[in-house]
Design a protein around this ligand. Sequence first.
Ligand code: SAM
Length: 322
Amino acid sequence: MLVHAITSNAAYEFASDVRAGLTRPGQKELPSKYLYDDVGSALFEVISHLPEYGLTRADERLLRRHAYEIVDRLAGPVAVVELGSGSGKKTRWVLEALCRRQRTFYYPVEISRSALAMCERELRDIDSISIVGFEREYLDGLLEVAAHRKHGQHFLVLFLGSTIGNFDRSAGVKFLAEVRRILEPGDSLLLGTDLEKPSAQVLAAYDDELGVTAAFNLNLLARVNRELDADFDLRQFAHVASINYEVRSVEMHLRSKRRQMVCIPAAELVVEFLEGETIWTESSHKYSTEEIVPMARDAGFRCEAQWVDDDWPFAENLLTAE
Ligand SMILES: C[S@@+](CC[C@H](N)C(=O)[O-])C[C@H]1O[C@@H](n2cnc3c(N)ncnc32)[C@H](O)[C@@H]1O
């Protein structure tokens, strides 16, 4: 696979985001995109196999069942761009269906280099596929792919796994509108959305018995230690998952078990944590099937079709750029 590697000063950006997030007044926070270094991406793969985390399996069932129907609705020739592909395992179903009818360019856009490598290993055996990975932020990668669009080519953008849920609702619409601005009328966006479900089921998905999600969350502090020379004592922080009923999301936090000071030299920062104080690391918003249509419309898309899993409330939504 050809990979366009990151060129910006990633270490500097990480340090300044950590500094901004841990010094802001009120709730401390760290951007969820930093959960995905090599260790985080590997742990996320394990999470997707956990019995409590039915989301990935629901997404995959829908893609497997409806891949040909999805592809038949697309006017060709089609190039596929996947935002935050992760390992790309589920994407196989759509790519195989498309590759049966045409040679297909597939462009995974990922900030995690190891996820991009996993994705390539996972999908390179598909007949008639060319994979070109972009180690980029979502919109930077999409812009770069769009700049090389061939005449008459349509795009199918994949945003699977309910990664849209990491944005709050208004930021989610804004993000989709930015995606839409890069696309052309008639291009498609396949959007995975995790749906509302009973509290116990949703909480277990983000706080599994084995503690893999806890390790995934704590790895963010370990990453700050590794990359910014910090001295977080991981045993003095606990993973917490809780439901924010007001905004219909699950939040992951890291709670300080005692009052402590942490030194982060590469961010030129010494930060105090009170006992019980938390760092907010991720939100996963949950949706109703009805809200997807207006959400898509507000971002400049028409919802063509929606498929809902029978076992785990999750919807796959095929949107067309208007
Ligand atoms: C929740 S995982 C989902 C992975 C996969 N799409 C799935 O459905 O299983 C989110 C993926 O997006 C990537 N990611 C997170 N923030 C990103 C950003 N701002 N730009 C590009 N990729 C990002 C992560 O590295 C991770 O692989």
